[in-house]
Design a protein around this ligand. Structure first.
Ligand SMILES: Nc1ncnc2c1ncn2[C@@H]1O[C@H](COP(=O)(O)OP(=O)(O)OP(=O)(O)O)[C@@H](O)[C@H]1O
Ligand SMILES: [Mg+2]
Length: 342
């Protein structure tokens, strides 16, 4: 019986993600508890929203409506999987933009009904953490995980693969949001995080002594709005935003953000006696953050998981992995919640 169970542990999961401005689908194969992304399609709308300086919800939803079926169709073809072989459909039900979430969830419900499949509602934030399961490295619990994305900055304690306890969060802006707003202040276009990181490469991270908000606070919360305001004052004080000045502002801001993120994560790992650290979310693609947390995790002798670059920002492979751990429901039980918490 045990032999049968082990060798029948095979599943193909179709993941669907439309919480913000990426229309994404993926097929993930689960075999003996290991996860393999067979196809992962992300159709970004960045170029459309760029001119507005941020995501316009109505436009995002309309683009999802136009693109979701071709994206799913192309993903199944690239994975060489026919709908009849899909075991379950996993879909993001929150948090995110209401109208964007509705497109993915209605599509998933329709497919589940038409194809007679099980459907699994997925919390987008938990899914960011599950991106780390695509490495197929052993996850050792308890884990202290830092989610750093466009909308969230949270420290999570995971005692097992389905236990999530929030131990800290930002009290104002998310780290990604701060990166994007500071990038805008120094004249970079939306979403500025990656561009700011690139600019920072040529700058002096000690040029501006920006604050490290809440670094010494006796909790695991974060704050980024004061740091962002400090950059704004520095910009306003400067008569001209020269190229070297922009580089120094970018490098100093990035260093201040990374210092706080890493210090608090490492401290939480020690306090909660974590056996492993994890990083997740779009800002986890930041090279300074990746390098710094790697170095500090080594110092406290804890293994660390960071998703591959493509699985840091929004994608549907992470949604499919999360779909393995969540309970399937009937298609009519799928309800979206824009404010869903971890
Ligand atoms: N190299 C980088 N350095 C800094 N920030 C980055 C980098 N790459 C991406 N980001 C930031 O990551 C964010 C996008 O991440 P993600 O897609 O996880 O966010 P989101 O899905 O919009 O938010 P959430 O997951 O909280 O709903 C943006 O703020 C972007 O600027
Ligand atoms: Mg996200």
């Amino acid at each position: 019986m045990l032999f049968w169970l082990i060798y029948n542990d095979f599943m193909l999961i179709l993941g669907i993600e439309t919480s913000c401005d990426e229309t994404a689908a993926a097929v993930v194969e689960v075999k003996k508890g290991r996860f393999l992304s067979r196809a992962n399609t992300v159709l970004s709308q960045i170029n459309i929203h760029k001119k507005y300086g941020g995501v316009v919800p109505e436009i995002a939803a309309r683009k999802h409506v136009k693109n979701i079926i071709p994206v799913i169709d192309q993903t199944l073809k690239r994975a060489r999987v026919s709908p009849k072989n899909i075991d379950r459909i996993a879909v993001t039900t929150g948090p995110g933009l209401m109208t964007s979430l509705l497109v993915g969830s209605q599509t998933a419900k329709t497919l589940a009904f038409a194809w007679n499949k099980k459907i699994v509602p997925v919390n987008h934030l938990k899914a960011h953490l599950y991106a780390n399961f695509l490495h197929n490295k052993k996850v050792i619990f308890p884990v202290v995980a830092l989610i750093v994305s466009g909308g969230h900055t949270e420290l999570i304690l995971m005692r097992n693969a389905t236990s999530f306890k929030k131990i800290g969060q930002t009290i104002d802006d998310a780290a990604g949001e701060a990166f994007d707003k500071v990038a805008q202040l120094i004249g970079l276009s939306y979403p500025g995080g990656p561009a700011l990181a690139k600019l920072a490469l040529g700058g002096d991270a000690t040029a501006f002594a920006f604050p490290r908000p809440m670094l010494d606070a006796d909790n695991f919360d974060f704050s980024f709005s004061g740091l962002k305001t400090a950059v704004r004052y520095a910009v306003e004080k400067s008569p001209r935003l020269t190229s070297p000045l922009k580089k120094n502002l970018a490098a100093s801001f990035q260093q201040a953000s990374v210092d706080v993120l890493v210090a608090k994560t490492v401290r939480a790992a020690t306090v909660y006696k974590a056996k492993m650290l994890m990083l997740a979310g779009g800002v986890a693609a930041n090279v300074l953050l990746r390098d710094t947390v790697t170095r500090e995790a080594k110092k406290i002798k804890r293994p660390l998981l960071i998703p591959d670059f493509i699985f840091c920002t929004d994608n549907a492979a992470m949604i499919a992995v999360a779909g393995y751990f969540e309970k399937p429901v009937d298609w009519d039980k799928i309800i979206v919640d824009p404010n869903l918490e971890i």
